[in-house]
Design a binder for this molecule. Structure first.
Ligand code: ZN
Length: 214
């Protein structure tokens, strides 16, 4: 079974600013990396919530993690009921990933579809806050928000803060759904592993999650 996360190194963060002060996108990308690995379990999800949302004070830890049309899983539970709920985790993660990646892909679509930003603001999942004498966008998802809504609130914070970089450099790979930031305007729909036509052929490498028999 493939266990390699879809990690990106060189082009992982927006080119101009780098990873400093980018806790929101760090958290969003960490979710996308981890949830692409089939073995990521409830412990991993709980730790992700704790590290990126609860400890920094963005939200209280949810008891249940839900995703529309996929159901819910108990984040803090034990016993048979909890085990049954945990068996639903792959469905919940898959459905959340589809919504998150589709929302991000909207930013590079023509015409641009950035409705998830307005939705996050309208739902109160992102807000302007005075932080160290600066007005900044901060994530503040409610504990009952769908998992995709929680993760998208993190991306919304970063897009609202650095929109120009997304307009110029965001890439969402059509083959493996990896999110990268690249200089070339011709690579908006590819990642470094799945470059568009070069020298008359397309380099296509199947991502781990799509390998046959994996
Ligand atoms: Zn790719």
């Amino acid at each position: 079974m493939a266990t390699s996360p879809t990690a990106v190194t060189a082009a992982r963060f927006p080119v101009q600013v780098g990873p400093q002060n980018r806790a929101a996108i760090t958290a969003g990308l960490a979710f996308l990396d981890a949830s692409a690995v089939p073995s990521w379990g409830i412990d991993g999800l709980r730790s992700w919530f704790a590290e990126h949302l609860v400890e920094p004070g963005h939200m209280r830890s949810p008891l249940l993690v839900t995703e529309p049309s996929a159901g819910s899983v108990t984040l803090h539970g034990s016993g048979a009921e909890s085990l049954t709920s945990q068996s639903n985790l792959p469905r919940v993660l898959t459905a959340a990933r589809i919504r998150i990646i589709s929302a991000l892909r909207g930013l590079i679509a023509s015409p641009t579809d950035d409705r998830f930003l307005a939705a996050a603001i309208f739902a109160g999942r992102v807000r302007r806050r005075r932080v160290q004498s600066e007005n900044r966008w901060v994530a503040q998802p409610e504990p009952t928000a769908p998992l995709s809504g929680v993760v998208l609130s993190l991306f919304a914070v970063d897009v609202l803060s650095y929109r120009d970089e997304y307009d110029k450099h965001l890439c969402v790979c059509d083959v493996c759904n990896r999110i990268t930031f690249q200089e070339s305007a011709f690579r908006r729909k590819s990642c470094p592993d799945h470059l568009p036509h070069e020298s008359g052929f397309t380099r296509r490498v199947l991502p781990p999650e799509r390998k046959r028999g994996a």
